[in-house]
Design a protein around this ligand. Sequence first.
Ligand SMILES: Cc1cc2nc3c(=O)[nH]c(=O)nc-3n(C[C@H](O)[C@H](O)[C@H](O)COP(=O)(O)OP(=O)(O)OC[C@H]3O[C@@H](n4cnc5c(N)ncnc54)[C@H](O)[C@@H]3O)c2cc1C
Length: 478
Amino acid sequence: MRVAIVGAGLAGLATAVDLADAGHEVEIFEARPFVGGKVGSWVDKDGNHIEMGLHVFFYNYANLFALMQKVGALDNLLAKQHTHTFINRGGDVRQLDFRFPLGAPFNGLKAFFTTPQLSWQDKLQNSLALATSPVVRGLVDYQGAMKQIRALDKFSFADWFRRHGGSNGSLKRMWNPIAYALGFIDTEQISARCMLTIFQMFATKTEASRLNLLAGSPAEYLHKPIVDYLTARGVKIHTRRQTRQILFTGEGDHIQVTGLVVANGDSEETITADAYLAACDVPGIQRLLPTAWRSLPEFDNIYQLDAVPVATVQLRFDGWVTELNDAEARRQLERAAGLDNLLYTPDADFSCFADLALASPKDYYRPGEGSLMQLVLTPGDPFIKQSNEAIAQHVLKQVQDLFPSSRELNMTWYSVVKLAKSLYREAPGMDPYRPAQKTPIANFFLAGSYTQQDYIDSMEGATLSGKQAAAAILATVG
Ligand SMILES: Cc1cc2nc3c(=O)[nH]c(=O)nc-3n(C[C@H](O)[C@H](O)[C@H](O)COP(=O)(O)OP(=O)(O)OC[C@H]3O[C@@H](n4cnc5c(N)ncnc54)[C@H](O)[C@@H]3O)c2cc1C
């Protein structure tokens, strides 16, 4: 079987791995000059590694980890301490500390009851909300609880949480930074399904809440091993080859795809195959689908989905931002197991960030230099139209507010990557509009983190969608 794949993000790559393993002929066409989609990275003319965004890997990314193991990339992950660290204004470091001799859910309970990030009142109200959530059922019946969680998609997390006794204090100081990190929107806008899915994973799997970062850039430490694995199995991967049109015959339930019109330099080429997979992002699939297909609800629903803006900033310093001068702040930091981890903050326009020179040292640490802060601006809306210089200066000021002693350092370099449309907006009520990987067209399939899969829009979700797409292609066409 010959399969043509549009898009070389993780979803497209994961599908290609399963199809190549099953002995099929696969060709991938990617519009950008690099593979990896939203996890992509590249090197600028001065040797700086620029990333589409800061990427952390939860320990329960079972499908992605299996893929990484297969291609020999699993050892490229650096496991961080089992803590979630919050940096408040003025160098005040607090944490959710999951380190505990007992496993889930006890390590989670310990983390929530001992965190200084919340007042006792907030903690009690938090426990009330979580005790009445499907997460409790999930301890004995995971699938049953997931069904209940999916049914809560129509509510925002904040509405659901307050109705179950949760407090605004917890939303502000803890759940908003986490919601921003997960979906780039706050708890008033994110669906209860999205947050509760993650809580359920944390409550049932001891290590799920533990984070990993790559040893260096995604291009080198994630995508290169996947691309090497694929090319060794005859898969052809083309970059700068945007698919411009899907050719088809028939109408309604009798549509058959006959080819793809793909850009090739200044001209175009028609590609034919036995099966076609669109592994695009939301804006990509909305542009690509033929207008006539909107008569089918499965395709028309896709136009209900929206994507959120985000901006990622890198700031390089001539010293360590995290070398706090204040003795109490340093003590807090030591208790929080250092800053070699993903960090959250409720007190800046970036919700999560990391010092890549510490956390992903292979491509980011430079002897004689200091921190390379990578910060994710959420919501990204106000920043999309601002100049990179203005954004970098704004973020620098906020880094200095979080780490006052960094005012003595100089920012030596910056980069800004803006994505006007990134993750699909996990807003309440959107879940029913997400398409399945198998479509009403027998030889046309969909993959991508926005398609139906029981994870949030994430690397694991993209990989899972790719595996589900490969299974559908093998079952239907193969
Ligand atoms: C700033 C940021 C931070 C993130 N942080 C995390 C994190 O910490 N942990 C985590 O798990 N996830 C994170 N994510 C989410 C994760 O990156 C995505 O969920 C995942 O990469 C989606 O993969 P995908 O293959 O579904 O889509 P994409 O990666 O978007 O890939 C789709 C590909 O299709 C291509 N394409 C589209 N249309 C066409 C066309 N017509 N022709 C050819 N090619 C086309 C695109 O160029 C793109 O390369 C983050 C995302 C961003 C933006």
